[in-house]
Design a protein around this ligand. Structure first.
Ligand SMILES: Nc1ncnc2c1ncn2[C@@H]1O[C@H](COP(=O)(O)OP(=O)(O)OP(=O)(O)O)[C@@H](O)[C@H]1O
Ligand SMILES: [Mg+2]
Length: 470
């Protein structure tokens, strides 16, 4: 079972509280017993004195000069049974029950004591008094059972203990609530952390948090800072490595190209062709890695108003050239679609989507690039009527270095990872679907829309670059 602060503190408080209540009850019991004993003892003495005042001399001995009806009246008690005993100077029984024990100590004349005793196995309280008679000292004892005393003790005990127990439970209940209230800032902290995107590595604010959790927040922030530094250093490493690789690769490519033009044997030419192709692929890989490194979580995007209409517009010429080269009908349906983001990264995103469409659509196919606002969101959409991506593969193609098994061509499997990284960084989502014609791929990036900009709107564009060869 998971440890709970609330449970822990409650047990911790409940134990000592119960001990305290028990100790308090013990003290209360002693006080109640004392009070009950005092109160009833004094009334137990009354019949003793009444009997003592009716002792008479009869020759050598003494007798109790009370009619039995008066004796009965003295013994009447609603709850307890009352016994009496009169002993003569020689301790002989003059009247009453013989079963009462003798007083525990010698009594001087006119002295009285109270003591506890057993009568036929029952506890009794006894009042004994010594009465001076001519022939010596007589003893008068009256005993009563403890029923009403016990009752009074119980009442007093309950009256003092019940409030203590109630207070103890109230304290525990308050503690329970108090812990809940006290831990509420932790709930806030949890919500704050849970609501974060994995890219957001900013330190957690200590504002509105109790002092007690500030060390926890401090440790968390240190961890975040270290993580941030680690990611930054990894990104620097990749981007440095990519930069370092770029120059020699460019050189290699150029030299391979130059060498191909030299007259030479056909084997040498085909080897050089291979070198040129491999160099081409390697520099593409390096470029994709570099873009991926830039798109990965790092410091939060600076974010400026960006219009996809313009972003797409910048690369139209290159794409049209490629489309014409591959005999693909490339069309554009561009409307303003503003969002907040980094233009360079968004351009990479668009380039990768169009690149895939042009790369995987067969010659004679068609590709359409759309931008605009749908359902209050800015979208960038690329549709083609190529081979399509099977439903089962739609998640996998976003994994790094994953390519569909049947795919040929030059790719390295990073394009859609780059797309999803960049989208994630801009709080956008990427949907993959089958277009209406039930053939090909429709991939749509949906961005939070930035309300109509002060910047001048770009002119809507709807064209098709029809390949000349058709
Ligand atoms: N428009 C498309 N039509 C058909 N298949 C596609 C399309 N776009 C992507 N794919 C499939 O998804 C795979 C992953 O695409 P991704 O862009 O991530 O990698 P790549 O194109 O192979 O390499 P890179 O883009 O890094 O050069 C591709 O290899 C291809 O199999
Ligand atoms: Mg690609």
């Amino acid at each position: 079972m998971q440890s709970s602060l609330r449970r822990h503190l409650t047990y911790w408080l409940l134990g000592p509280l119960l001990l305290l209540v028990a100790a308090g009850s013990l003290v209360s019991y002693r006080i109640a017993l004392n009070a009950a004993t005092k109160a009833y003892d004094s009334s137990l003495l009354d019949p003793v004195l009444a009997i003592a005042s009716h002792l008479r001399h009869a020759g050598n001995s003494i007798e109790l000069d009370l009619p039995s009806i008066a004796i009965e009246a003295l013994r009447i008690d609603t709850e307890d049974r009352v016994f009496f005993q009169v002993l003569g100077p020689g301790r002989e029984l003059i009247a009453g029950t013989p079963r009462l024990p003798a007083p525990p100590e010698r009594l001087a004349p006119a002295e009285h004591i109270f003591y506890d005793a057993k009568l036929e196995g029952e506890s009794v309280r006894v009042a004994a008094a010594a009465v001076k008679v001519e022939t010596g000292i007589a003893i008068v004892q009256v005993a009563e059972t403890l029923i009403k005393r016990d009752k009074l003790v119980l009442e007093l005990l309950v009256a003092s203990t019940v409030p203590q127990v109630l207070i103890a439970f109230a304290a525990v209940a308050l503690l329970w609530l108090g812990i809940g209230l006290g831990l509420r800032p932790l709930d806030r902290l949890r919500d704050e952390i849970a609501a974060r995107s994995p890219r957001d590595l900013r330190p957690v604010s200590e504002r509105d948090k109790p002092q007690e959790v500030s060390s926890l927040i401090g440790a968390l922030n240190q961890l975040l800072a270290r993580l941030n530094a680690a990611i930054a250093s990894q990104q620097r490493f990749i981007s440095n490595a990519a930069h370092q690789l770029r120059t020699p690769l460019a050189g290699l490519k150029t030299h391979a190209e130059l060498a191909r033009r030299e007259p030479s044997t056909s084997e040498l030419r085909s080897l050089l062709d291979m070198i040129a192709g491999e160099t081409q692929r390697t520099s593409h890989l390096v470029n994709q890695l570099l873009t991926l490194a830039r798109a990965e979580p790092g410091e939060t995007p600076s974010g400026q108003p960006v219009n996809f209409h313009e972003i797409v517009g910048r690369d139209v010429r290159d794409w049209v050239q490629r489309a014409v080269g591959k005999n693909i009908d490339l069309g554009f349906e561009l409307e303003d679609a503003w969002t907040l983001g980094e233009p360079l990264l968004l351009r990479e995103l668009a380039a990768n989507l169009v690149d895939n469409a042009l790369a995987y659509t067969q010659a004679g196919g068609s590709v359409t690039v759309r931008t605009g606002v749908r359902n209050g969101e800015s979208i960038l959409e690329v549709e083609d009527n190529g081979p399509g991506i099977p439903e089962a593969e739609r998640e996998k193609v976003f994994e790094r270095f994953y390519r569909l098994p049947a795919t040929g061509g030059e790719g390295c499997g990073l394009g859609l990872s780059i797309v999803s990284e960049i989208a994630g960084r801009h709080n956008a989502r990427v949907d993959l679907a089958r277009p209406a014609g039930d053939r090909g791929t429709l991939i749509r990036a949906v961005f939070p829309r930035l309300a109509a900009q002060a910047a001048q709107p770009a002119r809507p564009l709807s064209t098709r670059a029809v390949p000349t060869s058709r």
